[in-house]
Design a protein around this ligand. Structure first.
Ligand code: NAD
Length: 293
């Protein structure tokens, strides 16, 4: 069994990005610049945004954090997005989700300029990714793809089973794994909460992606000998064993599943670190005008 060490690969990619930033600096170019918008004071969102801003600093990107009050009117948020859209120094923008219920996430996402949508949530980026045109791929699927690529995992002709059909993980993963080329060329099955015979389907997977958000859902009985298992799930639970009093659990029962796998991601340290680094990679692409010219 080989551990898919997302933490290590993410550090390598960060070094590669930081090297590119140094080159840009030496040649007198403009530093990549990411703007992050956060509405309200949700604890988890604060943590995610703080990590993103810190990651920007680590690789030498410029970052701007825009904080808006929980009660902010939708129109004010949209105006802020327009302002960032029109700021030539800012290459990429993210609006941290979820947003308060009085604000339409769809409207907000569609207001972001496609060229600056480094989260890859805008329907144009999603659509372009689906039909194989250059696009920003959202950070979690992009991170998983990069992990598969860095470990040279064979994907052609394999049966990839994905548990979960969310717009940010399950569906884009299905599109990417079934596309022509590497990583891809898989036969893909998407499973969800209404799927029948889920255990049987999972047992037929050469590559199993668990993205349902249910701690320890996938057990050894559901996994074929030699399968590749990618655990996207993150569930925070109370723990007396850690200093913080919390621990993160994946969707896979790691201890019993790992011995059957050819490759498996740990939680934490697997998909999670790859997600942030993919946002950096997208921001670098935005600053180099690699996707939209
Ligand atoms: P979501 O809640 O939007 O979607 C969950 C999906 O799982 C749904 O499509 C649902 O149909 C399916 N599902 C739920 N219960 C099921 C069951 N019993 N059997 C089969 N399918 C079932 O979640 P999401 O946003 O896609 O996130 C999924 C998990 O991944 C969460 O734990 C989340 O925290 C984690 N996540 C991690 C990262 C990361 O960087 N590692 C990024 C995004 C999400």
């Amino acid at each position: 069994m080989i551990l898919l060490d997302g933490k290590n690969i993410a550090s390598q990619i960060k070094i590669e990005i930081a090297d590119r930033v140094l080159e840009i600096d030496r040649s007198g170019g403009k530093m990549p610049h990411l703007a992050a918008v956060i509405v309200g004071n949700d604890g988890a969102s604060e943590t995610y945004v703080a990590h993103k801003v810190r990651a920007c600093k680590e690789v030498g990107f410029k970052s701007t954090l825009v904080r808006l009050d929980e009660q902010v009117a939708e129109e004010i948020l949209l105006e802020k997005i327009d302002e960032i859209n029109n700021n030539p120094d800012i290459d990429g923008m993210i609006v941290q989700l979820p947003l308060p219920p009085h604000i339409s996430e769809g409207k907000v996402i569609e207001r972001i300029k496609v060229e600056k949508d480094v989260d890859g949530f805008h329907p144009v980026n999603v659509g372009r990714m689906f039909i194989g045109q250059p696009a920003y791929i959202s950070a979690t699927p992009y991170g998983i793809i990069q992990l598969i690529e860095r470990y040279n995992i064979e994907t052609s002709g394999k049966h990839c089973v994905i548990i979960g059909r969310s717009n940010i993980v399950g569906k884009p993963m299905a599109a990417l794994m079934s596309r022509k080329g590497y990583p891809g060329d898989c036969t893909v099955t998407i499973c969800h909460s209404r799927t029948r015979n889920l255990d049987d389907i999972c047992r037929r997977a050469d590559i199993l992606v668990a993205a349902l958000g249910s701690a320890g859902f996938v057990n050894a009985e559901m996994v074929k000998e030699g399968a590749v298992v990618i655990d996207v799930g993150i569930t925070r639970t109370r723990s007396a064993e850690t200093r913080s009093g919390w621990k993160l659990l994946g969707d896979v029962k790691f201890d019993e599943v790992a011995p059957k796998c050819s490759y498996i991601t740990p939680v934490p340290g697997g998909v999670g670190p790859m997600t942030i680094v993919s946002l950096l990679a997208n921001t670098l692409k935005a600053s180099a005008r690699e996707v939209y010219g």
